[in-house]
Design a protein around this ligand. Structure first.
Ligand code: IFM
Length: 494
């Protein structure tokens, strides 16, 4: 989504937001299996590509792995208590494919399936609606050994896994999200190589894009064959783009990155076609012959809701030829770029403030994104399935209350401003049904290991102890009232 596109579609200035959300608006929080579960070699779980990559020296900061993570596999009951205490109506979790089907195909692992069945039942018993993501980046290693997402068979294996989960877990799940952020799986996994499987092959990244889109469509079809009334979704991390200057060259850089980041997914998923300019821009890398007849009818399945993950905006320009292109996308650990066939596009530093990830804070981008999507796909309900911020946190004693505290007011302000941005989008007409804060608790932040904390609950990794940050108290007030609390309302005042 780009500013130029916004102008073209004539999105109006958002109406003022009165501070209160609709009664049926869903407040939730989100996590992902590899980031929190741990128990990597327990309960019959097989290895995934993140188990493998995290053992490659230098691939993950500090040599961290998800072997133990937040130990949610053992502490899940305590975590459900925290969710209950937060008062959230929804919880977005992901299933570890290699825990329920260790080889990525073939027999299920009953112990793994039982883990999720028990968790989902416990959530439902507390009135917390489960939103389940089937793939949050942890491909079973056996499938990667056979080519991973560059292999068309992986899409079919994914559909069979989805069918099996629909059969096993049935209506315990409110919304089935096929994929989380396929942009990351394809481009960070296969082009820049900073994510698993760590490959740096631009042509493979485009094949992965298509096979992920195909996997989504096949999975939706399989889920609905088992559960005709299932609600299905996909979560995208659409890029909100800004042009470096008003020049035509920079506008064209925005068009190009909008194609690679956004329209390469929205096109096949919602319009049934890959954009012609994306195919032309990437022609030097791939002829896209992996797109077979009939694929684009499969990728375009009616969605019940589109998940939107938003953190910051991205500023691009056409490389002027002076100096070296600057890549400020937060994933600079290798020289390779995720941006296939876009070597002459500069990624420019954004004005602050910035989070600990170096990402700029721009809540207006979220309003703009939701309104752009609403304009482009008017009948499609939206949900913000991730939004949050990493800041450096410190646990302190609160002698007056006799508890430990984390005064994360920067995170509270970030959440307040982005929740307000969602409110503004709704006030201006966008059909947004829910908001899931990322994340319930600090966790394994992929190539950054445990060095970045996004949680509303602080996790002390050596002991696994969870401590409510002030943002958790603040979010609990929001979730319980549907009214946007002020920053000073953060903390345990009640
Ligand atoms: O932690 C990740 C999550 O797994 C996917 N979306 C972005 C988050 C923050 O980087």
């Amino acid at each position: 989504m780009s500013t130029t596109e916004s102008r073209a579609t004539g999105v109006e200035t958002p109406a003022p937001f009165a501070g209160t959300f609709p009664d049926d608006f869903l407040w939730g929080t989100a996590t992902a299996a590899y980031q929190i579960e741990g128990a990597a070699a327990e309960g019959g779980r097989g290895p995934s590509i993140w188990d493998t990559l995290s053992r490659v020296p230098g691939a993950v900061q500090g040599g961290d792995t998800g072997d133990v993570a937040c130990d949610h596999y053992h502490r899940w009951a305590e975590d459900v208590d925290h969710l209950d205490r937060l008062g959230v109506g929804g919880y977005r979790l992901s299933i570890s494919w290699s825990r329920v089907q260790p080889g990525g195909s073939g027999p299920l692992n009953p112990e793994g399936v039982e883990f999720y069945r028990t968790l989902l039942d416990a959530l439902r018993a507390r009135g917390i609606t489960p939103f389940v993501t089937l793939y949050h980046w942890d491909l079973p290693q056996e499938l990667e050994d056979a080519g991973g997402w560059t292999n068309r068979d992986t899409a079919y294996a994914f559909a069979e896994y989805a069918r099996a989960m629909a059969t096993e877990l049935g209506d315990r799940v409110e919304v089935w999200t096929t994929l989380n952020e396929p942009w990351c799986s394809a481009y960070l996994g296969y082009a820049s190589g900073v994510h698993a499987p760590g490959r740096t092959e631009p042509a493979s990244a485009l094949a992965a894009v298509h096979h992920l889109n195909l996997a989504h469509g096949l999975a939706v079809q399989a889920i609905r064959e088992v559960l005709p009334d299932a609600r299905c979704s996909i979560t995208l991390n659409l890029h909100v783009l800004r042009a470096a200057t008003g020049s035509e060259a920079d506008a064209d850089a925005v068009r190009q990155i909008d194609g690679l980041a956004n329209r390469v997914f929205l096109g096949p998923l919602l319009d049934g076609a890959y954009p012609a300019d994306v195919l032309a821009d990437t022609a030097s890398v791939s002829d896209w012959s992996f797109v077979l007849d009939g694929d684009l009818e499969i990728t375009r399945r009616p969605l019940d809701v589109l998940g939107v993950n938003y953190y910051s905006t991205t500023r691009v320009g056409r490389f002027s030829g002076e100096g070296q292109p600057v890549r400020a996308d937060g994933h600079k650990t290798t020289a390779a770029s995720p941006w296939v066939a876009a070597d002459d596009v500069e990624f420019l530093p954004q004005p602050g403030p910035h989070t600990a990830m170096g990402w700029n804070v721009e809540p207006a981008g979220l309003t703009e994104l939701l309104l752009d999507l609403h304009r482009a796909y008017p009948g499609l309900p939206l949900a913000v399935t991730e939004n949050g911020a990493s800041f450096t946190d410190e646990v302190v004693e609160d002698p007056a209350l006799g508890i430990q505290r984390v005064h994360d007011l920067a995170r509270v302000a970030y959440l307040r401003d982005h929740v307000a941005a969602v409110g503004e989008a709704i006030a201006a007409g966008a059909d947004v049904r829910g908001y899931f804060a990322w994340s319930l608790m600090d966790n394994f932040e992929w190539a950054y290991g445990y060095s970045k904390r996004f949680g509303m609950l602080h996790v002390d990794y050596p002991t696994g102890e969870r401590t409510w940050k002030d943002s958790a108290y603040w979010y609990a007030r929001l979730a319980r009232s549907g009214r946007l609390p002020a920053v000073y309302e953060a903390g345990p005042q009640d």
